[in-house]
Ligand binder design. Structure first.
Ligand SMILES: O=C(O)CCC(=O)C(=O)O
Length: 286
């Protein structure tokens, strides 16, 4: 017998429901690729393993994505459900160019992995982003010496020390790199990275990082979205053209399974929804 709260989410999470929350397009067959929309200075490769690019997204794109995160979170869902909307995947495509420059590889070598999350950190000192961690504790270089796995953090609102910006420990200042990647550095070594809406932060997945604490001085919730890109041949790479609504929901359900322990916005009913939805889907597709 399925819990009634889970059954309700199973019934409710359709394209029509998400269209009723937010007017952004959901192309149910796949995401049309639009390519790069703005020129921006290259994200220079740096020994620190961290780079920041200003205004990578237009103000309009940042605002519409921000609206989507607000809409899904106000409906009681974790922000990751915003990835049902085409815009979130078009943006994944848009950041590939910056990742290519960061890793010094051709753009065609950069693939998007099914690893993403969206955040709304409310104002107030009781709210904060994710605790310190590394995206990967494995050595992160391709055979040719390029960064293999790159995390991309997109500011959809301003992100300041007051409303929970990101903190990173440059590889060059991390005493545990490269010998002991399982060990995290002291938070005192973290550098605050303040961003405006539309800016992006990229880092080598070995970089220790965390989401800061909001405060009473916060003027707006911090809203952001993340992507993970690979510069190696990735079997799991997301193909935008094949990203049906159902496939997007499968990625979201998998992300909920991976991050439910670290993200306090994931309710037990949504975790149970992810388990049941993935189990039902595997029965239908095998
Ligand atoms: O935005 C945050 O608070 C944390 C983001 C993060 O740690 C990540 O994307 O890996």
């Amino acid at each position: 017998m399925i819990d009634p709260a889970v059954a309700e989410w199973l019934r409710r999470l359709t394209p029509e429901y998400f269209r009723s929350l937010c007017a952004l397009p959901i192309n149910e067959a796949g995401v049309p690729s639009r390519g790069d929309e703005v020129e921006s200075p290259p994200a220079m490769p740096s020994p620190s393993g961290v780079a920041q690019v200003e205004r990578r997204l237009s103000a309009q794109r940042a605002a519409s994505m921000r609206g989507a995160v607000l809409a899904v979170t106000e409906a009681g869902l974790p922000g990751v459900f915003a990835y049902v909307y085409d815009e979130f995947w078009e943006t994944a495509d848009l950041v590939r160019g910056a990742v290519a420059q960061f890793a010094e590889v051709p753009r065609g070598r950069v693939s998007i992995l099914p690893d993403a999350w969206a955040f709304r950190i409310p104002c107030g000192a009781e709210h904060r982003g994710w605790a310190p961690h590394r995206g990967s504790t494995l050595p992160n270089r391709t055979r040719e010496g390029h960064v293999a796995l790159v995390n991309v953090w997109v500011a959809l609102s301003s992100a300041t020390k007051d409303n929970s910006c990101m903190y990173v420990v440059p590889l060059t200042r991390d005493p545990h790199v490269p010998a002991s990647l399982e060990t995290l550095p002291e938070e005192a070594l973290g550098e605050a990275r303040e961003l405006a809406a539309g800016d992006i932060l990229l880092w080598d997945a070995n970089v220790a990082h965390w989401g800061g604490r909001s405060s009473a001085a916060a003027r707006e919730p911090r809203i952001s979205a993340t992507y993970t890109c690979s510069t190696e041949t990735a079997i799991a790479a997301v193909s935008l053209a094949e990203l049906s609504f159902e496939r997007r929901l499968a990625i979201i359900a998998q992300q909920i399974r991976v991050y439910s322990e670290v993200d306090s916005t994931v309710t037990p009913a949504i975790t149970a929804w992810a388990d049941v939805w993935l189990a039902l889907r595997s029965q239908i597709t095998c």
